[in-house]
Design a protein. Structure first.
Lengths: 87, 130
């Protein structure tokens, strides 16, 4: 099971767009094999600090190892998949 | 055409650190030493990314954000701040007011500045924890 966490800054149109893109990508590549947690750093800044998040929008893949972190708008599915080692 | 980045921060050392970090890239970097100067620049130029300090004398980060958004609702704006609840109260109010922005942790190294800029301007970038 792939475990991922996406760090956003509130429910803005931009963050919603990224959530949609990322969810679509995961549904296509890993149907039923992932869990995606959405963390709003405005509501839980201590989580972002504890996880040493550099900036929003960051997604962290924690399992399976190795951990991978990617920041950006997640355009370019191939790049995201390769970066997260989801292929 | 080169992507244009605007750095708004009252501390000269911070502005210089951004310029130094990004000088090896193809990005065109401009700076402003106050919220007022930053707003003036946004009024007269088109930027692809804005880094904005949260705590500045005079017009603070949120007030500057509000004014920039009134002039440009699309440019990605990254507010530079420590991830501490005390600072986030004002950001929460900004978000509730419908202002869109992202946050980037302070302090930030030169390498990390480049990572973030590339991630925002070129799609996505992988980085390491630390």
């Amino acid at each position: 099971m792939y475990e991922l966490a996406l760090y956003i800054t509130g429910e803005t149109p931009r963050s919603q767009k990224v959530i949609r893109k990322l969810t679509e990508l995961l549904e296509n590549e890993l149907p039923g094999q992932y869990s995606l947690k959405i963390i709003d750093v405005l509501a839980e800044p201590e989580l972002a600090e504890a996880d040493k998040v550099l900036a929003t929008l960051t997604v962290i893949k924690t399992t399976p190892a190795p951990e991978r972190r990617i920041v950006g708008d997640f355009s370019g599915a191939e790049k995201v998949l390769a970066g997260m080692q989801l292929q | 055409m080169s992507k244009r980045i605007l750095v708004i921060d009252d501390e000269e050392a911070i502005r210089k650190s951004f310029i130094l970090a990004l000088e090896g890239t193809e990005y065109q970097v401009e700076t402003a030493e106050s919220g007022e100067k930053g707003i003036e620049k946004v009024q007269n130029n088109k930027y692809d990314l804005v880094f904005l300090d949260l705590n500045m004398p005079g017009l603070n980060g949120v007030e500057t954000l509000r004014e920039i958004r009134a002039r440009d609702n699309a440019v990605p704006i990254y507010i530079v701040t420590a991830f501490q609840a005390a600072f986030f109260d004002q950001l929460k109010r900004a978000a509730l007011d419908g202002l869109s922005f992202e946050v980037i942790v302070k302090p930030i190294s030169g390498h990390r500045i480049v990572v973030i800029a590339k991630g925002i301007l070129e799609g996505s970038v992988v980085y390491r924890k630390g």
